[in-house]
Design a protein around this ligand. Structure first.
Ligand SMILES: [Zn+2]
Length: 284
């Protein structure tokens, strides 16, 4: 662990000394150790291989809601079975430590799983939506965009699982339109639903005093916005990524090449937070 402590030291100092908001941004890499496939990794199991990207679009929802829902239910099964790993628990511990010292903190995740919440993170924005909710596919329905949704657990999906088809598609209790996942599709906009809280992310980008990216490949729009704001304002920016991928556009991000589930417990402990939980796991 000595090497990890050395690697973590400048990041710990940066978080400790930041005079203002500590903004953490997580991507699929943070959940990889929980068994959820990464979105754009190079490994063969990575989720978004070419043919999969088209499934996560509004176009696919309109064209093939049955095929799309079957695909999402398969993915949600993996998400439902996953449990937080030490990276999730350490981020919750870092939040508790900073906030108990009166320091502003915000976690923005690109992940739709619920592992940050399960680990105890509270100041959390799920900018790509969430796997535990669905919404009406018809805009302006009270249960659809821009502000409506309902828990996935409140919807009967068993009939569809038994016999996937038009007739068994789950429907909106308000208007009877097909329901859709409460997630941001590739061909949609962050502003499409209030739950993505994109205005708050923009605001945070403009006032963060330190930024830490964890397990993100910097491939989606929200990271570009944050990198741009951080670069312009000269904010210390860090990335934890075993591949130590370089940030796009030469943004001055200091990359720490280590798995987040090993490095973040060291960071949390050094910041003086409560123990981040051992390999045996601690569940809420
Ligand atoms: Zn509806």
């Amino acid at each position: 662990m000595a090497d990890l402590a050395v690697l973590a030291a400048p990041l710990v100092a940066s978080l400790r000394d930041a005079e203002g908001l500590v903004l953490v941004v997580t991507g699929a890499g943070v959940s990889a150790a929980s068994g959820i496939r990464t979105f754009r990794g190079k490994e063969p199991g990575a989720l978004w291989r070419e043919h999969d990207v088209a499934m996560a679009t509004a176009g696919c929802f309109r064209r093939d809601p049955v095929g799309q829902l079957a695909w999402y239910l398969d993915r949600f099964a993996a998400v439902d079975a996953a449990r937080p790993n030490p990276a999730h628990r350490s981020l919750a511990a870092i939040e508790r430590h900073l906030r108990s010292a009166g320091r502003p903190f915000l976690l923005v995740t690109q992940n739709i799983d619920t592992l940050h919440e399960q680990a105890g993170s509270e100041r959390l924005i799920k900018v790509h939506g969430t796997a535990d909710r669905v919404r009406c596919g018809r805009e302006r329905c009270p249960l659809g965009a821009p502000s409506g949704s309902l828990p996935r657990s409140a919807v009967d999906l068993d009939s569809f699982r038994r016999e996937p088809g038009e007739a068994s598609l789950p429907r909106c209790p308000e208007c009877g339109s097909p329901l859709r996942p409460h997630v941001l599709f590739f061909d949609e906009y962050y502003a499409d639903h209030h739950d993505y809280r994109f205005a708050e992310v923009e605001q945070a980008a403009g006032r963060a005093a330190a930024m830490l990216f964890v397990g993100t490949s910097f491939a989606v729009g929200v990271t570009a916005l944050l990198l741009d704001a951080g670069t312009r304002r000269g904010v210390p920016m860090w990335s934890i990524d075993p591949a130590a991928g370089r940030a796009p556009g030469g943004a001055p991000v200091r990359a720490l090449a280590a798995p987040a589930e090993r490095l973040l417990p060291v960071v949390a402990a050094a910041l003086g937070g409560p123990p981040a939980g051992g390999a045996s796991g601690r569940r809420r």
